[in-house]
Design a protein around this ligand. Structure first.
Ligand SMILES: [Mn+2]
Length: 571
């Protein structure tokens, strides 16, 4: 079943579009794309199209940076024991790898890293971790991608004589920890000009500051940009501002001179093409994450900090096999979940999905929740049993704040946390039924009907005649694509099949050969669009697509990747 989608045109400042057209003298649709991305004039367009490492902000603009750098420098001078502590996901493990490896280059004293176990210790700073640091004489603890919400535990560490440097990008609440230093641009009194760094991005700013303070070549820090780019992709942070520069140079490193860990993962995955942001999300990310989901995330860090190529191959193999297990489990649970939903007659018309099975694997419930939304487009929670507690993950649909909805059910929960689009919770098994009913009640009361229809956002309307190499060459310069800078989606109205050439391929897909005004024939592919064949073959329609380059027999040519079609006159 394919869900009908609503089409909306992204808003753009008309004055920006106008000004850019005059200054850049490129196609007005391209100026609109820039305006949609908040770019107003020639100078900002130039910075966007030509990212430079010199555009990176001064790390010392970040509150706490000077104090953090001085404390680490002192720790090295006095040969103190330093521990780098991070979360078990891609962002956390890359952050730990970057900061640990950088320090290792300049410090031959005691340096260790610590990743909490996903199931035994859970997310964030753990008491077991602090006790371990204290028992072994560590006096400086650098937390990465976590810490800002662990006021109590960080207070405990400080009371044991450990100086804690928190590097986190999560939103601080009104009970921030009293740490030795806190690096987090989302603190209200932090003047740092860019707020959307990943956790590993904050770790990068720390090593950039250390390199500056120690008068080292900045290349020593830039060396780690492949891991920083991986964290940006996997943590789904915006791809604008400083993240765009980091991702741009990080991808360059991934493709031209990757660290051995990334290179080996890429080879094992059998990928030979030039990697883009979505490859970091779908090829590298899952393999790094699989370690923590299936077993122990320390394998991921070891892969990135290990100098011995043979050991790297063994570690990458282990991640590859964890990822294989993860995929199998993910597939089985998704099938079971879909079968439950299909069999649930009483569930028809519900505004939310809540599913619970005690035997489901805790490591994949979030992934499964996302997959269910592709079939049943509504806020979704998938629950399982772990250590006598019910625990689960929530994923939302565009525009609906799932964290707020869960917060409204707090009297039935033991614990919960998260963001607008994703959250997690634990509850007692006997509360599952009440929670399911309450969540449905809250969602049906607060969600608007249009939020339950998947949306496709359009960047600009163009004619087929506009699709030319010069036009495409500029689109290419919008890369890397990612959140806030997605591959542009174009609308062309009133097109028709060309001489009956459009056809269904492999039962599910639709091969398009279409024209506008009896000329400008364009071809392309629409994955999963076979059910639109009757419309496409017989009637005029409006079409949404991205423009792609296709290599065939050594020649490259442009074609379109069709996202959706609707009968002309219906939008
Ligand atoms: Mn993170």
């Amino acid at each position: 079943m394919r869900l009908e989608k609503r089409w909306t045109l992204k808003s753009a400042d008309e004055q920006y579009t106008q000004q850019l057209s005059e200054q850049l003298r490129i196609h007005p649709a391209l100026c609109r794309l820039l305006a949609v991305r908040g770019i107003a004039d020639f100078e900002s367009a130039k910075a966007f199209f030509r990212p430079k490492l010199s555009h990176l902000h001064d790390p010392f603009l970040m509150k706490g940076m000077k104090r953090a750098v001085e404390r680490i420098t002192e720790a090295i001078e006095w040969h103190e024991r330093i521990m780098v502590y991070g979360d078990y996901d891609v962002d956390g493990t890359t952050a730990v790898s970057v900061v640990y490896s950088f320090l290792k280059k300049f410090y031959d004293g005691d340096l260790a890293y610590y990743i909490p176990h996903r199931y035994r210790e859970g997310y964030g700073v753990s008491k077991a971790g602090i006790d371990h640091a204290h028992a072994n004489g560590y006096t400086v603890l650098i937390t990465l991608d976590c810490g800002i919400k662990s006021a109590e535990l960080i207070g405990y560490a400080q009371s044991l004589g450990i100086d804690v440097i928190v590097c986190d990008h999560h939103m601080p609440d009104n009970n921030p920890p009293v740490a030795y230093a806190i690096l987090n641009p989302k603190q209200v009194d932090c003047k740092y000009p860019y707020k959307e760094l990943s956790g590993c991005g904050i770790g990068f700013k720390l090593i950039q500051a250390l390199a500056m303070h120690w008068k080292k070549d900045l290349e020593e820090a830039y060396y780690f940009l492949d891991l920083v780019a991986t964290s940006i992709a996997a943590d789904i942070v915006p791809l604008d501002g400083e993240n765009r520069v980091l991702a741009y140079y990080g991808l360059k490193k991934v493709n031209e001179d990757p660290s051995l860990g990334i290179k080996t993962l890429k080879e094992l995955a059998g990928v030979t093409r030039t990697l883009c942001v979505s490859d970091l999300v779908f090829v590298i990310g899952p393999r790094v994450n699989a370690a923590g989901r299936m077993d122990d995330a320390r394998k991921a860090v070891d892969l990135f900090i290990e100098p011995d190529p043979e050991k790297i191959i063994a570690l990458a193999d282990a991640l590859q096999s964890d990822n294989y297990d993860r995929k199998e489990i993910d597939k089985t649970i998704t099938q079971e979940a879909l079968a439950l939903l299909q069999g649930d007659i009483a569930g028809i018309g519900k505004k939310a999905t809540v599913l619970y099975q005690s035997h489901w694997h805790k490591g994949v419930v979030g992934i499964v929740a996302s997959r269910l939304i592709d079939h049943y487009y509504r806020p979704t929670i998938v629950l399982t049993l772990s250590n006598d507690k019910v625990t689960g993950s929530a994923r939302s649909v565009s525009g609906f704040n799932i964290y707020d909805a869960i917060h409204e059910c707090r009297d039935l929960l033991e614990n919960y946390g998260g963001h607008f689009y994703a959250a997690g919770m634990t509850l007692k098994p006997e509360q599952v039924q009440a929670f399911t009913a309450k969540f449905e009640e809250v969602v049906s009361r607060t969600i608007t009907p249009d939020m339950l229809i998947p949306e496709i956002e359009i960047d600009a309307e163009i004619n087929f005649a506009d699709i030319k190499p010069a036009f495409y060459n500029i689109i290419k310069q919008f890369e890397p694509f990612g959140p806030t800078n997605l591959r542009p989606v174009f609308l062309t109205r009133n097109v028709r099949d060309w001489r009956g050439y459009s056809r269904i391929v492999k039962e599910q897909h639709l091969k398009f050969v279409v024209h506008q005004n009896e000329r400008d024939v364009v071809d392309g592919i629409g994955f999963g669009l076979a059910d639109k064949y009757e419309l496409v073959a017989n009637e005029p329609f409006d079409i949404l697509y991205t423009v792609e380059e296709n290599e065939h027999n050594g020649a490259t040519r442009l074609q379109i990747k069709v996202v959706d079609v609707k009968r002309t006159g219906t939008i």
